[in-house]
Design a protein around this ligand. Structure first.
Ligand SMILES: Nc1nc2c(ncn2[C@@H]2O[C@H](COP(=O)(O)OP(=O)(O)OP(=O)(O)O)[C@@H](O)[C@H]2O)c(=O)[nH]1
Ligand SMILES: [Zn+2]
Length: 350
């Protein structure tokens, strides 16, 4: 999404929303102080944000007599935005409620742009991004690279998981092996599994997610839901769907939700996370996102080299020496071009 300047009307609306937030935060602070004084709030303890609903969050107690239980919590006004996966310090209140008083440090953060192109946090403390691909729908370098560029820019390691390995045949195997090999050469971990036959692949999927916090991303139809169903007990998935159906009827889950897996480890999932990376990226992000291109890009003869065949372009040299594959260079150029076109369209619209 291209960054746009806000109209007067939009600015006015945002100011109104902010004023309303400040007013509500003030009321909340008063309520919290009152609870504190009347001794209704317990002592500070650690918790984990399981889901986020507007002004409220579901926090799981990580210690004490209620360990593992969920509490509907409000947030102290002075804490910046909390997301699913955040570790927090909170105090228990009455009737399964609580108050979050601090956010603990995060080791990673997934962010995505909002409608105005501003990055917004989505989920925290993720250990790896599992990029799911499959023989069908046929995988394309370009799409894989878009996800990888986004992953590289978060600093969170990405792993490629080829699902539907049962659909590998003599006809598609060579093409897919060559594709996967290119990513192995770049240093990415590449695994093969099948959500339909999880045991046929020696527990690859459970081995991958065990004792870590994972997110699954990838194109529609590659089998993300099917994989998640093998990992998360039915009852948990149902609870997740139910928590969304407050008041205005059930709607598709938009909130990121953390699930504890039977095999150990956690999974954070939401429709937004699954499409992670399919948005506008800047040229600098794209350059950084290709790890082998990032290495050589400063060495072009011309400072303003556009890497489209200019003399002395370090990328062409690296391809000639076999340090960059022609497929990745092609993909790099296509993504740059696509983003330029998207930007041009975005600017025309505003
Ligand atoms: N043969 C085979 N089919 C699979 C496997 N995993 C999933 N499928 C099928 O692939 C189709 C798509 O699976 P989903 O799990 O819905 O894929 P998804 O990635 O969640 O798709 P979206 O919800 O659109 O993002 C379904 O018909 C599944 O039954 C597998 O390991 N082998
Ligand atoms: Zn160049």
């Amino acid at each position: 999404m291209a960054k746009r300047r806000l109209s007067k009307q939009q600015q006015h609306r945002i100011q109104k929303i902010q004023a309303e937030r400040t007013r509500r935060a003030g009321k909340r602070e008063q309520a919290i102080a009152a609870q504190r004084e009347s001794g209704e709030l317990g002592s500070e303890q650690s918790g984990l944000v399981i889901a986020h609903y507007g002004q409220q969050l579901d926090v799981e107690a990580l210690e004490g007599q209620h360990q593992g239980k969920l509490f509907r919590c409000f947030v102290r006004a002075n804490i910046d935005s909390l997301v699913t996966g955040d570790r927090v310090t909170w105090c228990e209140g009455a009737d399964n409620t609580g108050v979050i008083v601090a956010r603990q440090e995060r080791h990673s953060l997934l962010q995505r742009p909002d409608n105005f192109g501003q990055l917004k946090p989505v989920a925290a403390n993720i250990d790896h991004i599992v990029l799911v691909i499959a023989p069908e729908p046929e995988p394309h370098d370009n799409l894989i690279d878009r996800y990888l560029v986004a992953a590289e820019n978060t600093g969170i390691p990405a792993v490629l998981l080829l699902n539907k390995a049962d659909l590998l045949t003599d006809r598609n195997r060579d093409h897919i092996d060559a594709l996967l090999d290119r990513y192995r050469h770049l240093g990415y971990e590449v695994l093969e599994a099948s959500a339909h036959h999880p045991d046929a692949h020696g527990g690859v999927i459970t081995g991958l997610v065990k004792d870590r916090t994972s997110v699954f991303v990838g194109q529609s139809g590659v089998g993300k839901s099917s994989i998640i169903q093998t990992l998360v007990p039915d009852r948990e998935l149902k609870v997740g769907a139910l928590s969304e159906s407050t008041g205005k009827g059930t709607h598709t889950t938009t909130t990121a939700r953390l699930f504890h897996l039977d095999c150990g480890g956690d999974l954070i999932d939401s429709p937004g996370i699954r499409e992670f990376g399919l948005w506008h990226m800047t040229p600098a992000e794209i350059e950084f996102g290709f790890r082998e291109i990032r290495e050589v890009i400063g060495h072009c003869r011309f400072r303003d080299c556009r890497h489209q065949g200019e003399p002395g372009c370090a990328l062409d040299e690296a391809v000639a020496e076999g340090r960059i594959t022609p497929e990745r260079l092609h993909s790099f150029r296509r993504i740059l071009q696509a983003m330029e076109e998207q930007q041009a369209r975005g600017l025309k619209l505003s």
